[in-house]
Design a protein around this ligand. Sequence first.
Ligand code: MRU
Length: 348
Amino acid sequence: MSPPTIQWLNGRVKLIDQTQLPNELKYIICRDVEALWQAIRRLSVRGAPALGVAAAFGVLLGIKTFRGNNRRKFEEHIKKVSAYLASSRPTAVNLFYGLEEMKKVVAVHPSASVAQLKKHLHQRAMELYEEDRRVCRRMGDFGAELIRSGDRVMTVCNAGALATVDYGTALGVMYSAKRKGKKFSVYACETRPLLQGARLTAWELLRGGIDTTLICDNMAATLMKQGKVDRIFVGADRIAANGDTANKIGTYNLAVLAKHHKIPFYVVAPLSTVDFKTKSGKQIPIEERHSSEVTHFGQRLTAPLKVKVYNPAFDVTDHQLITGIVTEKGVICPPFEKNIKKYAFNSR
Ligand code: MRU
């Protein structure tokens, strides 16, 4: 199991620098909000739930520099810091969830002083950190029930310990299934262009002692045709109210293939990944990243420099292609529009 992806340590944020994996397990210390913003942007820290915690820690970094006792000015400062962090990456709703939860702290303590608010904000950020750890383990337990011994499971990108504080969503299901003594194996899609599957998922599953085979993304269809895939588990960056799910580019390909080959396709995500303000996948903002991620392999050019590039970082899987959504309150089945609400708003 990998060490915590993100930590708050002595007024700083300590992160695993995921751009260096699997070659080196190196850490970055972010001392100010700008350093954290850069770390998010270049994917040193990434994965929706980890971004939620990073955003909350980012607010803590941002308020460190605020001097004085003027509450109104402090509130304005928090708004500015939040807006800045919100500009780092657009798709993972957890980042915005982290920021909203921090803003709520201010709203629920209308007469607190600046010093008191700073304490409350610190406490809330730590709760979000612990919430992620707890919720991932709950999803793992529910999802593990869907894995049978002997299964060959497929996943894409990295929805593991490295995408959360320390356990994972889709990969958390696999860790929990292993703990329950189930024997199964995993196909990890490499996940072009930035290879989160090859660099991160393969790295952490091997450390977790899980039987893992790495494949190029374009091999998934052949494996399914050969009858070598029993079920698919993926993470999510944002789930619309109707169940349409944004996740790493290539997820939709797998979902379409899974439908054709009659393979169950599960999304694993905390309920904080559901964005009720977004009715369907059509409204989910999709991040487009720099062309060099497609034209280069590390420093090496792999395409003519002048070629036009389209590089969306995420795609949207229509809810009709999803078998179930594994959450911390259980596995949500269709009809998603109705059932997501039921799970999110009923206490279980
Ligand atoms: O661009 P990334 O690496 O941040 O994309 C991450 C993903 O798409 C994950 O699958 C998703 O955030 C879920 S992580 C539990």
